[in-house]
Design a protein around this ligand. Structure first.
Ligand code: IVH
Length: 708
């Protein structure tokens, strides 16, 4: 028996022995890492052992030991926590980024309440703490449970952990019989730096920012680890109450403070939007000296009876909003510019930076968009950054907003090294050496190597197996990289996926002996591939990753041509621009010349077309289902979805609308018939309102299509 033996191939006795061995190994590793802060094995090895332990336990549930490592400590494992259903849902907040949005926020409230525009409303304003929210439940004054937000409805039970936080009282006096206090768990800058210094001196895990450190520390299965981590808590809200705390938000916060909770000292009562903005600026100037991370200011209607009239949208209250601080900026040097080649051959310049912390996150890469951007001009040749170009060695300003890829915003010419040379954008693909051409009107330069370019081929394969395409279980981007680079059992084009199982036996044996692959996982993979041999037309076309042919276009084509063979024949005929087939193609509503050219190029005789034929020989492509639109209230209508949808994914909503005969568009225009706006809807909702387009929320949408 070796560690590579599949758990299901072990005898019970072997499994028992191996579980005992793993309990010792992992027990020692935990002790070294968590209690002595001196890890003895790498995180990767630790994870591997933990996974093996879990897999054997799954195969032999009767053999799970009382001291099983999976029941004790380790990295935060959501599955390891019991769950708590929140008696009152834990909500999120809508965001505002500029002053105007706050006046809109006040006006929306007035309109909702039937009050005149500009009617003054009192709000509280307080820092938005960058931590994680926690709900504490007290019964008869005693702390009985603590839960993370989770999905808002069900959170993780972290009661034992919460008890170790000094700011959280275990018992309180003069409290309602049932009192749920909500607030934010966070870590101060000083404690964060100390924790990381302690960990890094012993080779342990270093956290990227205080928020991650707080989350990682609270969500520990072993509360003694949480106890060791310096966490703090600010109370700012509440859930279930057997008796109201006060008549106003401010009164309630004061009441919580009187009960012994820490509340934020920068909480203020403001009588107007101008006051809110004033306080926002005060907080913004103090931000860097507060000693903990905040990412904005939260405004809440002060009068609690108004709060209850205003109520909630799907995930956010109508009576509160988070005014976020603008994106974070930092200066660093540009160490190099790498060129990455994408699925459609686009050459994207990536800035390699001397690592710098931008708003609590260490950034070492940023996008440079395209060659014009590096040269200091936009797509129309107009100067950006006053026309300053960007050179390796330059002192550059990095910009990070939320979770999006950081960008280079500016360059400081006064610090440019004398030897810095203008960047010469390659006119050859760095991956395959083919000419890289920039077509008229295209902002990017593209490799012309097509499928001979390994970078394009591997990116296309990743797209092919992605969730909205073939979505093959067990064959994700990581496995594609592995198979693509494999000499003996390679996947170089989509058709190779479907011949994997039937290639010669010796190669298959190799697959099975490979790291992380056993008999069972190989079998599962083959089954998953087999299951996807039946595929709907639209999905199959989208999966090919043809430039400009996204999900929507692929489905339009599928609906138009019905079945794959008719489509392929039409593509042959349409190669001639004078043909009726070509006219028919470009006449498809929502389908333009550019898409048509790209599609025709893929289906013209040649290497790419041969690859498609090799693939489709393995598949049964299901004809497109013409939508049943009888009785559909949205047949023929153009619908736009925006904001967050709670009860379905965006893809699901779109698919449903299309199946009911609607056209789903990405942007609002005069041709839009209906906007379905979830929380966080921004400019699209505003535009729809301006254009007088009917707007409904997710609940309204579900009611509209009920029973269809
Ligand atoms: S009030 C029903 N106040 O921000 C409203 N939230 O983006 C409940 N947060 O999930 C939230 N500081 O984790 C509120 N002063 C503050 C806050 C705050 C941070 C977090 C909270 C919430 C998230 C929404």
């Amino acid at each position: 028996m070796t560690e590579a033996t599949e758990p299901s191939d072990l005898t019970p006795e072997q499994a028992r022995q191996e579980l005992a061995r793993l309990a010792v190994l992992l027990g020692d590793a935990n002790l070294a890492y968590h209690q002595n802060d001196a890890p003895e094995i790498s995180d990767a090895d630790y994870d591997r052992l933990k996974q093996r332990n879990a897999a054997i336990e799954a195969a032999f549930p009767d053999l799970v030991r009382d001291d099983s490592p999976s029941l004790m400590v380790g990295a935060p494992a959501a599955d390891g926590f019991s769950k708590i259903t929140h008696s009152v849902r834990m909500m999120s907040l809508a965001n505002a980024f500029d002053d105007d949005e706050l006046f809109d926020f006040r006006d929306r409230i007035n309109r909702y309440l039937g009050q005149a525009d500009g009617h003054p409303i009192a709000f509280t304003a307080e820092p938005k703490i960058d931590g994680l929210s926690l709900s504490l439940r007290y019964e008869q004054g005693q702390l009985v449970s603590a839960a993370t937000r989770g999905d808002g409805q069900v959170g993780e039970n972290v009661t034992a952990n919460a008890r170790t936080i000094a700011d959280i009282p275990h018992s309180i006096e003069n409290a309602p019989d049932i009192l749920e206090v909500r607030g934010e768990v966070y870590m101060s800058h000083r404690d964060f730096a100390d924790l990381n210094a302690r960990h890094s001196s012993r080779g342990g895990k270093v956290f990227a920012n205080p928020r991650n450190a707080a989350a990682g520390s609270l969500r520990q299965l072993d509360a003694s680890i949480t106890a060791d981590r310096p966490l703090c808590f600010f109370a700012y809200s509440w859930g279930e109450l057997s008796h109201p705390l006060a008549d106003t938000q401010m009164g309630a916060i004061e009441r919580l403070a009187a009960m012994g909770f820490k509340t934020n000292p920068l909480t203020r009562l403001c009588d107007s939007v101008e006051d809110l903005l004033d306080h926002y600026r005060t907080i913004e100037t103090q931000r860097s000296t507060l000693g903990y991370d905040i990412d904005g200011v939260v405004y809440k209607v002060n009068d609690l009876s108004l709060q209850s009239r205003l109520g909630f949208r799907a995930t956010t209250p109508r009576w509160a909003i988070a005014h976020k601080f603008p994106a974070e900026l930092a200066w660093t040097t540009l160490a190099g510019i790498d060129i990455q080649v994408g699925r459609t051959g686009a050459l994207s310049p990536v800035a390699r930076l001397t690592p710098v912390t931008v708003g609590g996150v260490v950034v070492s890469n940023a996008t440079l968009h395209n060659e014009d951007y590096i040269l200091g001009r936009d797509g129309n040749g107009n100067p950006i950054r006053d026309g300053k170009d960007i050179r390796v060695g330059d002192w550059v300003q990095v910009y990070r907003a939320g979770d999006v890829i950081p960008k280079i915003a500016d360059v400081d010419l006064s610090k440019r090294p004398d030897a810095a040379q203008p960047f010469v954008f390659p006119d050859q693909c760095p991956e395959c050496g083919s000419p890289a051409i920039r077509e008229e009107g295209d902002a990017v330069r593209r490799c012309t190597g097509g499928m001979i370019c390994p970078a394009q081929a591997v990116e296309r394969l990743k797209h092919f197996v992605s969730r909205k395409a073939f979505d093959i279980d067990g064959l994700g981007a990581k496995q594609i990289e592995m198979f693509f680079g494999d000499d003996v059992l390679p996947i170089r084009e989509p058709a190779d996926i479907f011949t994997l199982e039937t290639r010669d036996a010796a190669n298959l044996a190799r697959l099975k002996n490979r790291d992380g692959w056993g008999d069972k996982s190989a079998k599962n993979l083959f089954q998953a591939i087999e299951d996807k041999k039946q595929i709907p037309f639209g999905k199959c076309l989208f999966a090919l990753g043809i430039r400009h042919v996204g999900e929507v276009a692929a489905n339009l084509i599928a609906l138009h041509y019905g079945d794959w063979d008719s489509f392929v024949m039409a593509m042959q005929d349409a190669q001639d621009a004078d043909s009726a087939a070509y006219q028919d193609l470009i006449a498809i509503d929502g389908f333009g010349q550019v898409m048509a050219q790209s599609l025709l190029a893929a289906f013209a005789p040649g290497a790419e077309r041969d690859g498609i034929d090799r693939l489709t020989a393995h598949l049964t492509i299901a004809p497109a289902q013409r939508p049943k639109t009888d009785g559909s209230p949205v047949a023929g209508k153009t619908i736009v979805f925006t904001g967050t949808l709670e009860r379905m994914s965006r893809s699901e909503a779109k698919a449903k609308a299309e199946s009911l005969g609607a056209k789903v568009a990405g942007s609002v225009s005069a041709r839009t018939d209906l906007l379905v706006a979830g929380p966080g809807a921004g400019s699209k909702a505003k535009k729809a309102a301006d254009l007088g387009i009917e707007t409904i929320d997710e609940e309204g949408w579900l009611r509209l299509i009920e029973g269809l």
